[in-house]
Design a protein around this ligand. Sequence first.
Ligand code: PGA
Length: 307
Amino acid sequence: MDAPLTSSLARHISMRQLQVFEASARLSSITRAAEELFLTQPTVSMQIKKLEGSVGLPLFEQVGKRISLTDAGEALYRAAREILEMLGRLEMEVAELKGLKTGQLRLAVVTTAKYFAPRILGKFCKDYPGIDASLEVTNRERLLERMTKNLDDLYIVGRPPESPEYEFEPYMPNPLVTVAPSTHPLAKEHNIPLSRIADEPFIIREKGSGTRKALETHFETHKLKLNIKMELGSNEAIKQAILGGLGIAVLSQHTLGQGIDQTGLTILDVKGFPIQWQWHVGHMRGKRLSVVARTFLEFLRSQGNAK
Ligand code: PGA
């Protein structure tokens, strides 16, 4: 027989209090938590007061207008997320036993994946209409931060983080190409040496971008220096800057869509290009995936064609 699990907190705190506390901590605001949960602000404050009473320590401290977690608050936040996640999983498992695929899918992707992720998600939601999906688009550095905080179910990145703390698998090719205006003098040339384009002014993505990292690594490997003309935080802005004659760039081919011919842009035939990158999907190692997340992963595997 299993031993009884005893906890005095289990007798004194309610699920609703945990939910209210989790939202306040995640949003760093009582007001925003109240809005999210459709409660009044005094109700949220009162629930948190009761929770503090049960824990026996303050959970928040006021810093100016914002609230931040105390050490006890941090510990409770981690526990609250685990408990609520577990309940979410339970809900989905029960739904699966009932033969339904319902629940939430929280997907976070790097900026460049926005060119295909919504389409894949759309297709998935059509196959599983009971699933509620959300998509967070951010750059690689911020995505890794979100992963450490366990804010989403699955993550799509170009280059997966190297540490063994993460578990990623390739699922689709991501060719990185050199993009220039179609009027560029090199537009008609073939097998252009990398040293030749190293003289060109480059427009590159912001620090923290996976595309930028790939480009820098490629140049370092060939012991060449990039001639950086401008740094821009979005693939779309870079394409406009190329059209404006400010320089050339290395971008994921996915950013160019289907018909590049009508855009005024062209792909230069540079030796060693495209850089053969892969899209990877994954999460922190040891994360227990929900039924919905596992279903989505299977769906990606069936759609992708990793090399
Ligand atoms: P980025 O990421 O959109 O941050 O450049 C692409 C990648 O991870 O390769």
